[in-house]
Design a protein. Structure first.
Length: 160
């Protein structure tokens, strides 16, 4: 899939909890600090695993503000979810998607803007605001609540 752009100042911070590493971040970039980059890569790998996303031989490396992901995803959905987990992490500006897929099922990506809601996005994408659960389900478990999306977040919009 190649490089996918994200808003590096948006998203969850995986190393805010580690105060010794948080000081290594400058403007959302890990400043070339190998320890901070390795910690973020480990945290991303643990997050993907804890979410139950199926990827064989998952490898994640972080260099500056780019996360490079490798392995074999069980489906296109799993591939896209891994990319979104990494890209929607504070400090990550690009994801270099090197994943391969066993069974493709393509979707599109949508970047949330101020004033968006899942129902508003569903109306624009599917013509029916009541289809928002399709978008919500496609982005679970990264989304825990359909009312909690934020500007700059990238969502997966599956085909109906």
């Amino acid at each position: 899939m190649g490089l996918i752009d994200f808003v590096k100042s948006a998203g969850e911070s995986l190393i805010d909890q580690a105060s010794d590493l948080a000081s290594n971040i400058t403007g959302g970039v890990f400043g070339g600090d190998a320890e901070a980059e390795a910690s973020v890569a480990t945290a991303l790998t643990e997050t993907v695993t804890s979410l139950g996303i199926s990827v064989q031989n998952l490898s994640i490396a972080v260099k500056d503000d780019v996360a490079t992901i490798g392995g074999v995803a069980a489906s296109q959905t799993d591939r896209e979810k891994v990319v979104l987990v990494a890209g929607n992490t504070k400090g990550i500006a690009q994801v270099d998607d090197q994943l391969t897929v066993q069974a493709p099922d393509p979707a599109r990506y949508y970047t949330v803007v101020s004033g968006d809601s899942l129902s508003k996005i569903a109306k624009a994408e599917y013509g029916d605001p009541k289809r928002y659960p399709v978008i919500f389900d496609a982005n679970r478990p990264m989304l825990s609540n359909p009312d909690k999306i934020y500007p700059g977040q990238v969502l997966r919009i599956p085909k109906l």
